[in-house]
Design a binder for this molecule. Structure first.
Ligand SMILES: NC(=O)c1ccc[n+]([C@@H]2O[C@H](COP(=O)([O-])OP(=O)(O)OC[C@H]3O[C@@H](n4cnc5c(N)ncnc54)[C@H](OP(=O)(O)O)[C@@H]3O)[C@@H](O)[C@H]2O)c1
Length: 333
């Protein structure tokens, strides 16, 4: 471990790495991006040159053998998260893995166990949780600003245009719930501060067998219901609304607000609507720095792999319901 900064390696030349997370690592106060790996050595070389990454490897294995790497960021297709997280942990690398952490709760448990056995950290890369507006939303809800929360509504949809996209491939862990609905489930559980007891979902499946559109509802013990829709086929829509007995909070562009100042709307009966604006931030960089602090200084991770497993349990129940025509399914406790 270099003393003051985490030395990061990235497994693959994925778009999300290139566009958001690799630059966030490079801009971070406590990290350096030292290596990239690709299945194709020439692709790794060109990517490293274009992104100013000092070293490149022609296989993921080779990067895991690189002693100058302390932590890896894994933006592989979802079906490969388990394998490469476990391999990285076994080589003593800390792992920041893209969402969803795995394909099912059992995989999450295996990954968590591998990290624990190796004494390394593992976190799922839900970056929206680190945006200060999300933190403000949670603080408002916890402080009782809108009273008891009874309804949460969220949406994350966008239209995929390329048929060869990994999100449309059932063998790579594709599907709307896996790709964007996972945010809605995560935000619902996080805002509720509890786990749902029952899940129900309706999906439209693509010819290749992934959910192109999925609408779900989660019932909590308290009577709170969270409902959401996600899709790979619809206009870009992204919102989170939390309604309590005394008011409501609305979060536009809840997951990907970009770097612009971010509004949080509050509705309060006769008092009408007020808007608090949170200064723009790079949520990817905040996530990377949080993980880096945990690696360097042992500060606690706010979201460990157990949290990812709980999200995946809810997603598994939603998929079971959707495959069974919308029958309500108990969420495994
Ligand atoms: N947090 C966010 O904001 C966010 C946004 C988008 C995506 N994601 C997540 O990030 C991950 C990657 O998404 P992406 O859109 O960036 O993917 P992508 O551009 O398609 O990249 C995936 C990379 O994985 C490697 N790969 C290895 N085996 C592969 C296979 N069989 N088929 C295709 N690629 C393979 C390829 O890199 P090499 O050829 O270089 O080895 C490829 O570039 C997913 O888990 C996704 O859910 C997160």
């Amino acid at each position: 471990m270099s003393d003051t900064r985490v030395r990061w390696g990235v497994l693959s030349t994925a778009n999300i790495g290139r566009a958001a997370v690799n630059p966030a690592i490079q801009a971070s106060a406590n990290g350096r991006l030292v290596a990239v790996a690709s299945r194709d050595g020439e692709r790794a070389r060109a990517f490293a040159r274009d992104a100013g990454i000092p070293r490149h490897h022609g296989s993921y294995e080779a990067l895991l053998d690189d002693d100058e790497v302390d932590a890896v960021y894994i933006p592989l297709p979802n079906a490969l998260h388990r394998e490469w997280t476990i391999r990285a942990a076994q080589r003593g690398k800390h792992v920041l893995c893209e969402k969803p952490l795995a394909l099912d709760p059992g995989e999450c448990r295996e990954m968590a166990a591998a990290a624990e056995d190796a004494g390394v950290l593992l976190m799922e890369a839900f970056m929206y949780r680190f945006h200060p507006r999300t933190e403000l939303l949670l603080a408002r809800v916890r402080a009782g600003a809108i009273g008891e929360v009874r309804s949460i509504r969220s949406t994350f949809t966008f239209r995929l245009t390329r048929p060869d996209n990994i999100r449309l491939d059932p063998h790579l862990g594709g599907g709307a719930l896996m790709d964007v609905g996972c945010y809605c489930v995560n935000a619902s559980r996080t805002v509720a501060g509890a786990e749902p007891v029952e899940a129900q979902a309706f999906a439209n499946w693509t010819e290749r067998g992934v959910d192109g559109e999925l609408t779900g509802a989660l019932r909590f013990e308290s009577g709170l219901v969270a409902h959401f829709d996600c899709a790979l086929t619809l206009e870009r829509r992204e919102v989170l609304e939390v309604a309590g007995l005394d008011g409501a909070l609305l979060v536009p562009s809840a997951f990907l607000p970009g770097r612009a100042d971010a509004p949080l709307h509050e509705l309060r009966g006769r008092a009408g609507e007020s808007v608090e604006t949170v200064a723009g931030a790079d949520e990817y960089r905040l996530m990377v720095e949080h993980f880096g602090d945990a690696v360097l200084h042992g500060s606690p991770l706010r979201y460990g792999p157990d949290e990812a497993e709980r999200n995946m349990r809810v997603m598994a129940a939603l998929y079971r319901s959707a495959r069974d025509g919308g029958r309500p399914v108990a969420v495994a406790p």
